[in-house]
Design a protein around this ligand. Sequence first.
Ligand code: GRE
Ligand code: ZN
Length: 316
Amino acid sequence: MAGGTRVIALEEHYWDSELKNHLKGVDVAGPPHVAPRMVDFDLRLKEMDEGGIDVQVLSQAAPSVQKMDAETAVPMARRINDRLAEIVKAHPTRFAGFAALPTADPKASADELERCITKLGFKGAMVHGLTNGHFIDEKQFWPIFERAEKLDVPIYLHPAVPDPTVIDRYYKEYAKEYPAILSAGWGFGVETGTAAVRMVLSGAFKQYPNLKMVLGHLGEGLPFLLHRLDESFSRDGKVKFREAFAHHFWVTTSGNFSNPALLCTMMELGIDRILFSVDYPFVNNKLGTEWMKTVPLCAEDREKVLHGNAEKLLKM
Ligand code: GRE
Ligand code: ZN
């Protein structure tokens, strides 16, 4: 922000042109204002300047390379990440990168994550919803967590459109008139919240005690539900839900610029776990930065949210 606080935003999407072409026909368009902003980096930089965003950590939008077979996804992810590295290299003070992972091949994903961190300077990886119908907590994917822990980088659990079976049973009557029921309005949060709950139950955090995860949208509802999650899952003493969630998860403000939601999240997780994000271009930069000017935080805590916590978590 000119003359003021540095502002880093973590859940900021673009389309790699090869991926966008490949996904043609899949529902990736979003509302009309989104498409041009996904590919136009001059417009992006202009709107970052206007909105007071210094740095975007760039990622693909959902579903990234998550809904492809391994033969397609592995080499494509490598090309996508190489091209993202070029974008970051051209604007090293404005952009950083989250790796796209070809999760259909977990071992290749772990290797690609390591390449992206050690060779390309990326800050972590983003995973978008299910991988061909499989939740990310399944043991087949643990090589990704093992490598992320070793590299000490976070995995950002981002939503994707819910599984077709879920759409069919839960949403289909409303999907045509109200498409947001599948995405940012409801389906995204339910599925990603479910992924986070499953991560805690999976035992992955016992295996990888220093694994770091990020959730957008102020935690996809989990901070609000944390007492109830903890009380319910603790009844038989098998899992300490609060302890695991509070230790392993960071959350961003993407698209959830609400003081009540922020206060709840602070009260449950503490200010050190909350990082500013917008969810550009689905959400407007200024909506986020103007909100941050009004949040009921002391200056020190506002700085933590706007950049300090991100600098620590992502080492930037
Ligand atoms: C988002 O990140 O908010 C998003 C996507 C893809 C489609 C719709 C959407 O990543 O809102
Ligand atoms: Zn997003």
